[in-house]
Design a protein around this ligand. Structure first.
Ligand code: NOJ
Length: 760
């Protein structure tokens, strides 16, 4: 039987992921009534301090003076984070379930973002696969490993829409598009949590950072966000809503001010929308120090006021800042905070613990960890995921795939042999990077060839990353200008004797992620200069990009014959790059973000509104006088070693009543001579309406594999879910009876066109 408590969520809602045929969550084996009975029985026995304890998340290992045992013994900590040590998990759990009065198990949370031991491509790369199933499997592997190690809860997926490539955390999400973002959000929730919350070998997922964190002014991390309700509902909310529909068990509030109200104290966001309108039954945790920050941000008067306002807003658990244990019990006894608010929060946390099965199975099985982490199937999945996430940006004269007969290869660049940068940003604490680098992958692919390597000058952040303090190993000293020059010359000399040059360039892992925004999107350091010198040798050069955000590689896009966007491809990244460069895998990934030509063009995205001087009109290119704002590479772009054509675009019912669904069909043919994948993309534009509508919006996609000369019909559905929107002028959801342009093709500039008329 379906579980009503969890299922109730889906009533009245649907979303891209569900519409695309993904399975909704299924019933938990623990019936609702049983969960409620157990929760109420506990709640009835809890002191105010014990209740606050369940709402308190404390630091485990990161801070040397953290004393989680003491808090657990008193029932003063419901969850622990920043600890990654199976033995210690069990020791602490023993304190919670044997030494605390109520024996409530503790929930261990950690950032398991794109893998635990086996690292998958970064989430932006996974979105570039345009294959939700591959992202779901990646999350399932991450969950299996992390759960075996004793973690219960991951602070993922990050589902923030990011349209500004300067923002460092663009690497952690699915990019610029709400439709693609919703599909990827739901896929990750299913992967992390499994078919129901509490599925074996899975984790509790956490949709973060609610909401609109990616719209920070200037792309500056943590800066305030000003977006309209229409933008929130039409652009930033859909992936969060999709996560709720997929059954996500927890949410994390964002750090910043949203329209002048910090997300962690934003009642409209947390209570009215998330818990009210969407019926979210799980719990909301703040971001780290997020409640204490309400004082720093000039919103709360003091820490007691911060705790009061966070709880009033609907925030259930405080991450690490300690205002709840300091003040909440007293505020309740004084009547400043209604007990009902605290009880509601405690119920939500306890219900998740019951559903996760923590009361029955609180401990990790230390004897099984090593074998789970070493499962070779995980690495196979990571290699496949990396292959599928890569985007072939350019391939002049079919330079790629390279012939296996190539006898000498120079692999040049600062990222060519870096394990940490191949795995990418956001490792779990204590992770030792073990990636196959591009150099190693190429050596494994061509054991008989002469493969030489030089790193060239180092690249380095001007402002060091706070997170570097947690990276294992000694910190290398910066190169002197003389050392950098010598490295430059050596790289050019190394390339001189080779038949083909593979330049592996881009950004270090710590150049994207949290607190890693940039004011430039150019290749950092002397990489472009080195690239020019390599091309100047007159040899075929392939540029392999490792990076976590769009880069304005304008010179390369004109002068380097082949460019492969490999992102930060994870543990098997080097093998997957070698597979793609030599044609063992045919690239089929597509950009989930627009690549601007300059940082000054950001935010740049495909679904912008029309203006009085639309694209193509004479005035379009004078938006800036120092360069056209046309993207370097459009959203959805990606080439293949074969070619595809799109034909016979048909709308089964070109006139539909509002509320009805139209089927849109197109034939996709592999017109080349090798098998390959294409992503059929459906874009719509509503010609007039209650509000101005974007130039184009993605409303359907499907990645398909086609043999040479094979044709496949792809069908999309356009119904109210795709065609309605939140209208600013009407202050409600509307589906206008209007005319729509439809385009289907291989990227957001698709030209194959049809029309749809929605009638009242
Ligand atoms: C801060 C980050 O913003 C968030 O994404 C993360 O989950 C927490 N720290 C916990 O590490």
């Amino acid at each position: 039987m379906r579980n009503a408590w969890w299922w109730a969520l889906t009533i009245g809602f649907s979303c891209a992921a569900v519409a695309a045929g993904a399975a909704p969550p299924v019933a938990s084996p623990v019936p609702d009534a049983e969960v409620a009975r157990r929760v109420e029985a506990l709640l009835a026995r809890m002191t105010p301090e014990e209740k606050v304890g369940q709402l308190t998340q404390v630091a485990g290992g990161l801070f040397p003076d953290a004393k989680p045992e003491e808090a657990l013994r008193k029932g003063g900590a419901g969850s622990i984070l920043w600890l990654n040590d199976t033995k210690k998990f069990n020791e602490l759990q023993r304190v919670a379930v044997e030494e605390s009065r109520l024996k409530i198990p503790v929930l261990f949370g950690l950032d398991v973002i794109h893998g635990y031991r086996t690292i998958f491509p970064v989430p932006l790369a996974m979105a570039a696969s345009w294959d939700p199933a591959v992202h779901e499997r990646a999350a399932a592997v991450a969950a299996r490993e992390a759960r075996a190690a004793g973690i219960h809860w991951t602070f993922a997926p990050m589902v923030d829409i990011a349209r500004d490539a300067r923002w460092g955390r663009i690497v952690e999400g699915a990019g610029e598009d709400p439709y693609l973002g919703a599909a990827m959000a739901a896929a990750q929730v299913r992967g992390f949590q499994g078919p129901y919350l509490g599925s074996p070998e899975r984790l509790l997922a956490c949709a973060k950072h609610f909401a609109a964190y990616g719209a920070a002014e200037g792309g500056r991390d943590y800066d305030p966000v000003y977006v309209s309700e229409g933008q929130l509902r039409n652009v930033h909310f859909p992936p969060f809503h999709a996560a709720v529909v997929a059954g996500v068990g927890s949410f994390m509030s964002a750090y910043m001010d949203l329209n002048d109200v910090p997300a962690a104290g934003n009642r409209w966001l947390l209570r009215d929308v998330l818990k009210g309108e969407w019926g979210f039954p799980g719990f909301v945790v703040s971001d780290a120090m997020g409640v204490g920050n309400l004082v720093t941000m000039g919103f709360a008067r003091d820490r007691a006021d911060a705790a009061r306002r966070a709880v009033a807003a609907g925030l259930d658990m405080e991450m690490a800042s300690g205002t709840f244990p300091e003040h909440l019990a007293r505020l309740v006894s004084e009547g400043t905070v209604p007990l009902a608010q605290v009880d509601d929060a405690v119920r939500r946390v306890l219900a998740v613990k019951v559903r996760l099965g923590l009361f029955e199975n609180p401990y990790a099985d230390e004897s099984k960890v090593a074998s789970v982490l070493a499962d070779p199937a995980h690495r196979e999945e990571a290699r496949r995921a990396a292959q599928r996430s890569m985007v072939l940006l350019r391939n002049e004269n079919k330079l790629l795939p390279l012939a296996r007969t190539v006898s000498s290869l120079a692999v040049i660049g600062p990222l060519a042999d870096s394990k940490a940068d191949t795995e990418g940003s956001w490792m779990v604490f204590g992770h030792v990077p073990a990636a196959v680098t591009v150099l190693e992958g190429l050596r494994a692919k061509l054991p008989g060839a002469k493969i030489v390597h030089a790193a060239g000058p180092e690249i380095r952040r001007q402002v060091p990353s706070f997170f570097d303090n947690f990276a294992p190993g000694p910190k290398p000293k910066p190169q002197t200008p003389e050392e950098a020059e010598a490295a430059f010359q050596q790289a050019v000399a190394t390339a001189r004797g080779a038949d083909v040059v593979v330049a592996v360039m881009g950004e270090l892992a710590n150049m994207s992620g949290e607190a890693a925004s940039r004011a430039s999107l150019d290749l950092p350091g002397r990489q472009e200069e080195l690239l020019k010198a390599l091309v100047g040798l007159g040899k075929p050069v392939v540029l392999v990009l490792l990076n976590g955000r769009p880069l304005s590689v304008n010179w390369a896009a004109e002068n380097v014959p082949a460019i492969l966007e490999a992102w930060e491809p994870g543990t098997e990244g080097g093998n997957a790059v070698a597979d793609v460069l030599f044609g063992d895998a045919n690239p089929g990934g597509k950009l989930p973000v627009t690549f601007p030509r300059a940082a000054g063009h950001a935010p740049l995205y495909h679904a912008r509104n029309l203006t009085h001087s639309p694209e193509g009109a004479p005035m379009y290119n004078v938006r800036y006088w120092d360069g056209a704002p046309k993207p370097l590479y459009p959203f959805g772009h990606g080439l293949s070693y074969t070619t595809f054509s799109f034909a016979n675009l048909k709308v089964a019912t070109p006139r539909v009543k509002a509320g009805a669904t139209a089927a849109v069909t197109v034939d996709v043919t592999n017109t080349g001579s090798v098998a390959g994948d294409e992503v059929a993309q459906l874009y719509v534009h509503q010609r007039a309406g209650s509000d101005s509508r974007p130039l184009r919006e993605l409303k359907g996609f499907r990645r398909i594999s086609l043999k040479p000369k094979e044709t496949q019909a792809v069908t999309f559905s356009l119904g109210p879910d795709e065609l309605r929107y939140w209208s600013t002028s009407q202050e409600k959801w509307v589906q206008d009876a209007e005319a729509f342009d439809l385009w289907v093709g291989a990227d957001s500039t698709a030209t194959l066109h049809a029309e749809l008329q929605v009638v009242p």
